[in-house]
Design a protein around this ligand. Structure first.
Ligand SMILES: *Cc1c(COP(=O)(O)O)cnc(C)c1O
Length: 347
């Protein structure tokens, strides 16, 4: 088959990924940082991410479901663990019984189901987020001594905000730990690590900040961008005063200037919130997005880089803090939304 070179590429910075994990591991104090790699490592590619983080010393990996566990199982080194955050349904049991991964037990039905296997597991406590997890009442009522529990964990709902809920969840978690004991305890996601020592316990579970997310001021200077969406110019044209650009004519030229049409669009996850707000970069030169983002095309102003031409490459400004402000999307949506048309490459 003849290779067809892609018009959209996602450049992934392996050094930045490792530096981010080391930063989060260091900030976790005496606790060790794991890595949330659900949703294909937030869209970056879970196998590559696992291999790189293992080489740096990361040992605990968190996926959402058993399909994701299977994806990375054969890449685990000795001493590494996978936790399946969404738990174990009845229909997961045939695979779970032969898998190297362990379920995070989220309700009492899962506890009864898993207890019979005698295999290792984690336990999720509902400390007030009311998503998945066992309520403190049920934790206190049950005799956990027959289960082989590795991590007892809970999850913070608002770690990226300075609100009383963080401390309330911390207290609920500590109370519940009187009644259920595992080998290790874990509470914090990326933003939770920045809340300080009381939130660290034995292991932490960062996801977003590994991949460049900065949901806490402490990360603005230390966490580095990992994912850089790149695309090619398909056409260059000159606008005259009054010329309009794109669907519904959301940009009208007030001066004569050149524009470039790029081979990326909202089908790639560069959503319409970037219309008239986003920026692309050619080296350091900023190229503002003009008009609506289309499904497969974007127009940018190249007044400041008039030498750009067909087949040249440009990079989306995708610092997650900045891109979130431009688009109105969350940092999570920005990183997980990058689509399948991107050729992902590590550099
Ligand atoms: C996704 C997730 C994490 C990682 O959260 P980030 O905010 O991305 O750091 C940690 N723990 C649980 C239970 C999760 O679902």
């Amino acid at each position: 088959m003849i290779e067809i070179p892609s018009t959209v590429k996602l450049r992934l910075d392996g050094d930045a990924l490792i530096s981010n994990w080391q930063t989060l591991d260091r900030m976790s104090g005496s606790a060790s940082a794991g890595a949330a790699i659900k949703a294909n490592a937030y869209g970056l590619g879970s196998v590559e991410v696992v291999q790189r983080l293992q080489a740096a010393g990361c040992r605990d990996f968190y996926v959402a479901n058993w399909q994701e566990a299977r994806e990375i199982e054969s890449h685990l080194e000795g001493g590494s663990c996978i936790s399946v955050l969404n738990g174990v349904r009845a229909e997961d049991m045939p695979f779970a019984m032969i898998s190297a991964a362990k379920p995070v037990l989220n309700n009492m039905e899962q506890v009864y189901r898993w207890q019979e296997t005698g295999r290792s597991c984690d336990v999720m406590i509902n400390s007030g987020m009311n998503r998945l997890g066992i309520n403190p009442m049920d934790i206190a009522r049950y005799d956990w001594s027959d289960l082989d529990i590795d991590i007892v964990m809970s999850h913070l709902a608002s770690a990226d905000e300075d609100v009383p809920q963080n401390e309330q969840q911390l207290e609920q978690f500590i109370d519940a730990l009187d009644h259920v004991r595992g080998k290790r305890r874990s509470l914090s996601n990326s933003a939770g690590i920045a809340l300080g020592k009381a939130y660290h316990f034995d292991c932490t579970r960062p996801g977003l900040s590994l991949y460049g997310g900065k949901q806490h001021a402490a990360y603005e200077k230390t966490i580095q961008q990992v994912a850089f969406p790149e695309t090619q110019i398909l056409q260059v044209r000159d606008l005259k005063i009054g010329d309009k650009v794109g669907y519904n004519a959301k940009y009208t030229a007030e001066r004569e200037h050149p524009i470039a049409i790029l081979a990326m669009g909202y089908a790639d996850g560069y959503l319409r919130g970037f219309s008239n707000e986003g920026v692309f970069l050619s080296d350091k030169t900023m190229l503002p997005v003009l008009g609506r983002v289309s499904m497969d095309l974007i127009a940018v102003d190249i007044s400041k880089a008039p030498d750009l031409g067909e087949s040249d490459w440009v990079t989306a400004e995708y610092d997650l803090t900045i891109a979130s402000r431009q688009s109105g999307l969350s940092q999570y949506e920005l990183i997980t939304g990058l689509g399948n048309r991107f050729t992902r490459y590590w550099a």
